[in-house]
Design a protein around this ligand. Sequence first.
Ligand code: SF4
Length: 218
Amino acid sequence: MQTADFKKILKRLERVVSQWDAPVVTLIARTGEGPFRVLISCLLSLRTKDETTAPAVQRLFAIADTPQGILKIPQKEIEKLIYPVGFYRVKARVLRQVSSDILSRFGGRVPDTMDDLLTLGGVGRKTANLVLSQGWKKEAICVDVHVHRITNRLGYVKTRNPDETEFALRRKLPVASWRVINQILVAFGQNHCRPVSPHCSTCPVAKDCSRVGVTHFR
Ligand code: SF4
Protein backbone atom coordinates (compact mmCIF):
# COMPACT_ATOMS: atom_id res chain seq x y z
CA MET A 1 0.00 0.00 0.00
CA GLN A 2 1.26 3.46 -0.93
CA THR A 3 1.51 6.20 1.68
CA ALA A 4 -1.00 8.37 -0.21
CA ASP A 5 -3.58 5.57 0.02
CA PHE A 6 -2.84 4.99 3.69
CA LYS A 7 -3.32 8.70 4.42
CA LYS A 8 -6.71 8.61 2.67
CA ILE A 9 -7.69 5.68 4.90
CA LEU A 10 -6.62 7.61 7.99
CA LYS A 11 -8.76 10.57 6.88
CA ARG A 12 -11.79 8.32 6.38
CA LEU A 13 -11.26 6.61 9.73
CA GLU A 14 -10.83 9.94 11.51
CA ARG A 15 -14.45 10.76 10.65
CA VAL A 16 -15.65 7.28 11.65
CA VAL A 17 -13.95 7.20 15.07
CA SER A 18 -15.39 10.58 16.08
CA GLN A 19 -18.59 8.67 17.03
CA TRP A 20 -16.75 6.68 19.73
CA ASP A 21 -15.09 7.72 22.97
CA ALA A 22 -11.46 8.67 22.42
CA PRO A 23 -8.85 6.44 24.14
CA VAL A 24 -8.52 7.33 27.83
CA VAL A 25 -5.01 8.78 27.51
CA THR A 26 -6.19 11.04 24.68
CA LEU A 27 -9.05 12.28 26.85
CA ILE A 28 -6.59 13.04 29.65
CA ALA A 29 -4.25 14.82 27.20
CA ARG A 30 -7.12 16.95 25.89
CA THR A 31 -7.67 18.45 29.33
CA GLY A 32 -4.31 20.17 28.77
CA GLU A 33 -3.25 19.58 32.35
CA GLY A 34 0.21 18.41 31.49
CA PRO A 35 2.53 15.53 30.68
CA PHE A 36 2.60 14.12 34.22
CA ARG A 37 -1.09 13.22 33.99
CA VAL A 38 -0.50 11.70 30.54
CA LEU A 39 2.42 9.66 31.88
CA ILE A 40 0.51 8.34 34.89
CA SER A 41 -2.64 7.50 32.93
CA CYS A 42 -0.56 5.74 30.29
CA LEU A 43 1.20 3.62 32.95
CA LEU A 44 -2.15 2.69 34.47
CA SER A 45 -3.64 1.83 31.08
CA LEU A 46 -1.01 -0.79 30.22
CA ARG A 47 -2.71 -4.19 29.83
CA THR A 48 -5.96 -2.72 31.13
CA LYS A 49 -9.18 -1.85 29.33
CA ASP A 50 -10.06 1.84 29.10
CA GLU A 51 -13.32 1.35 30.98
CA THR A 52 -11.28 0.16 33.98
CA THR A 53 -8.46 2.69 33.58
CA ALA A 54 -10.66 5.80 33.33
CA PRO A 55 -12.30 5.58 36.80
CA ALA A 56 -9.01 4.47 38.40
CA VAL A 57 -7.27 7.53 36.95
CA GLN A 58 -10.08 9.77 38.22
CA ARG A 59 -9.87 8.32 41.74
CA LEU A 60 -6.09 8.79 41.84
CA PHE A 61 -6.04 12.31 40.38
CA ALA A 62 -8.75 13.39 42.82
CA ILE A 63 -6.15 12.78 45.56
CA ALA A 64 -2.88 13.61 43.74
CA ASP A 65 -1.71 14.51 40.25
CA THR A 66 1.86 15.67 40.88
CA PRO A 67 5.05 13.74 41.71
CA GLN A 68 5.08 15.28 45.20
CA GLY A 69 1.44 14.38 45.73
CA ILE A 70 1.86 10.77 44.60
CA LEU A 71 4.81 10.28 46.97
CA LYS A 72 2.69 11.41 49.90
CA ILE A 73 0.27 8.51 49.34
CA PRO A 74 1.34 5.20 50.93
CA GLN A 75 1.81 2.29 48.55
CA LYS A 76 -1.21 0.39 49.96
CA GLU A 77 -3.44 3.43 49.52
CA ILE A 78 -2.39 3.82 45.87
CA GLU A 79 -3.15 0.13 45.33
CA LYS A 80 -6.66 0.67 46.69
CA LEU A 81 -7.21 3.77 44.55
CA ILE A 82 -6.17 2.16 41.26
CA TYR A 83 -7.63 -1.32 41.82
CA PRO A 84 -8.72 -3.20 39.65
CA VAL A 85 -6.30 -2.08 36.91
CA GLY A 86 -4.05 -4.92 35.79
CA PHE A 87 -0.96 -5.48 37.94
CA TYR A 88 -2.17 -2.80 40.38
CA ARG A 89 0.42 -3.68 43.03
CA VAL A 90 3.32 -3.41 40.57
CA LYS A 91 1.87 -0.24 39.08
CA ALA A 92 1.46 1.39 42.51
CA ARG A 93 5.18 0.79 43.08
CA VAL A 94 6.04 2.09 39.58
CA LEU A 95 4.03 5.29 40.14
CA ARG A 96 5.94 6.06 43.32
CA GLN A 97 9.31 5.22 41.74
CA VAL A 98 8.62 7.31 38.63
CA SER A 99 7.50 10.23 40.80
CA SER A 100 10.63 9.94 42.92
CA ASP A 101 12.87 9.80 39.82
CA ILE A 102 11.19 12.82 38.23
CA LEU A 103 11.79 14.81 41.40
CA SER A 104 15.35 13.66 42.09
CA ARG A 105 16.77 13.51 38.56
CA PHE A 106 14.62 15.89 36.49
CA GLY A 107 13.78 18.68 38.92
CA GLY A 108 10.12 17.70 39.12
CA ARG A 109 9.56 18.05 35.37
CA VAL A 110 8.57 15.10 33.17
CA PRO A 111 11.42 14.54 30.67
CA ASP A 112 10.69 15.60 27.08
CA THR A 113 13.14 13.35 25.22
CA MET A 114 12.89 9.66 24.38
CA ASP A 115 16.30 8.90 25.93
CA ASP A 116 15.43 10.49 29.27
CA LEU A 117 11.94 9.00 29.41
CA LEU A 118 13.36 5.52 28.85
CA THR A 119 15.49 5.90 31.98
CA LEU A 120 12.31 5.93 34.10
CA GLY A 121 11.44 2.49 35.47
CA GLY A 122 8.34 0.98 33.85
CA VAL A 123 8.49 3.34 30.84
CA GLY A 124 8.95 1.68 27.45
CA ARG A 125 8.83 3.14 23.94
CA LYS A 126 5.04 3.06 23.77
CA THR A 127 4.60 5.08 26.96
CA ALA A 128 7.47 7.42 26.07
CA ASN A 129 6.03 8.12 22.62
CA LEU A 130 2.61 8.79 24.10
CA VAL A 131 4.04 11.25 26.61
CA LEU A 132 6.02 12.98 23.85
CA SER A 133 3.13 13.16 21.38
CA GLN A 134 0.19 13.81 23.69
CA GLY A 135 1.82 15.29 26.78
CA TRP A 136 4.49 17.44 25.15
CA LYS A 137 2.80 17.78 21.72
CA LYS A 138 6.03 16.71 20.00
CA GLU A 139 6.16 14.71 16.79
CA ALA A 140 6.28 11.06 17.86
CA ILE A 141 4.56 7.85 16.81
CA CYS A 142 3.04 5.80 19.58
CA VAL A 143 2.60 2.22 18.41
CA ASP A 144 0.53 -0.03 20.64
CA VAL A 145 -1.06 -3.38 19.79
CA HIS A 146 -3.88 -1.70 17.83
CA VAL A 147 -1.61 0.44 15.64
CA HIS A 148 0.68 -2.55 15.07
CA ARG A 149 -2.17 -4.91 14.18
CA ILE A 150 -4.14 -2.58 11.91
CA THR A 151 -1.23 -1.18 9.90
CA ASN A 152 -0.17 -4.79 9.21
CA ARG A 153 -3.70 -5.95 8.32
CA LEU A 154 -4.09 -3.06 5.92
CA GLY A 155 -0.83 -4.07 4.28
CA TYR A 156 0.90 -0.73 4.90
CA VAL A 157 3.74 -2.31 6.90
CA LYS A 158 5.00 -5.85 7.32
CA THR A 159 6.49 -6.13 10.79
CA ARG A 160 6.74 -8.59 13.67
CA ASN A 161 6.23 -6.37 16.71
CA PRO A 162 5.23 -2.80 17.74
CA ASP A 163 8.82 -1.52 17.88
CA GLU A 164 9.46 -2.64 14.29
CA THR A 165 6.15 -1.02 13.29
CA GLU A 166 7.18 2.26 14.91
CA PHE A 167 10.41 2.39 12.94
CA ALA A 168 8.71 1.33 9.69
CA LEU A 169 6.12 4.10 10.14
CA ARG A 170 8.81 6.65 10.94
CA ARG A 171 10.44 5.81 7.61
CA LYS A 172 7.23 5.82 5.53
CA LEU A 173 4.74 8.21 7.10
CA PRO A 174 5.03 12.02 6.78
CA VAL A 175 5.65 13.70 10.14
CA ALA A 176 2.32 15.54 9.95
CA SER A 177 0.49 12.23 10.47
CA TRP A 178 2.62 10.92 13.34
CA ARG A 179 0.62 12.29 16.25
CA VAL A 180 -2.87 11.47 14.97
CA ILE A 181 -2.28 7.88 13.92
CA ASN A 182 -2.44 6.54 17.48
CA GLN A 183 -5.70 8.27 18.41
CA ILE A 184 -7.41 7.13 15.21
CA LEU A 185 -6.23 3.52 15.11
CA VAL A 186 -6.61 2.85 18.84
CA ALA A 187 -10.26 3.93 18.75
CA PHE A 188 -10.80 1.99 15.51
CA GLY A 189 -9.11 -1.09 16.97
CA GLN A 190 -11.07 -0.98 20.23
CA ASN A 191 -14.41 -0.63 18.46
CA HIS A 192 -14.23 -2.09 14.96
CA CYS A 193 -11.03 -3.73 13.73
CA ARG A 194 -10.96 -5.94 16.82
CA PRO A 195 -8.06 -8.31 17.52
CA VAL A 196 -10.27 -11.39 17.13
CA SER A 197 -13.00 -11.41 14.50
CA PRO A 198 -12.90 -7.84 13.16
CA HIS A 199 -16.06 -6.30 11.66
CA CYS A 200 -14.84 -6.51 8.06
CA SER A 201 -18.33 -6.82 6.52
CA THR A 202 -19.25 -3.31 7.70
CA CYS A 203 -15.79 -1.77 7.53
CA PRO A 204 -15.56 1.66 5.89
CA VAL A 205 -12.12 0.87 4.46
CA ALA A 206 -12.71 -2.77 3.51
CA LYS A 207 -12.24 -2.27 -0.22
CA ASP A 208 -8.71 -0.92 0.35
CA CYS A 209 -7.68 -3.41 3.06
CA SER A 210 -5.49 -6.43 2.31
CA ARG A 211 -6.71 -8.18 5.49
CA VAL A 212 -3.27 -9.64 6.07
CA GLY A 213 -3.52 -12.46 8.63
CA VAL A 214 -7.31 -12.13 9.05
CA THR A 215 -8.85 -15.60 9.11
CA HIS A 216 -12.10 -14.95 10.98
CA PHE A 217 -14.23 -11.86 10.62
CA ARG A 218 -17.78 -10.66 11.09
FE1 SF4 B 1 -9.81 -4.29 9.90
FE2 SF4 B 1 -11.32 -5.88 8.39
FE3 SF4 B 1 -11.52 -3.24 8.14
FE4 SF4 B 1 -9.35 -4.49 7.27
S1 SF4 B 1 -11.43 -4.74 6.47
S2 SF4 B 1 -9.40 -2.59 8.50
S3 SF4 B 1 -9.12 -6.13 8.81
S4 SF4 B 1 -12.07 -4.44 9.98
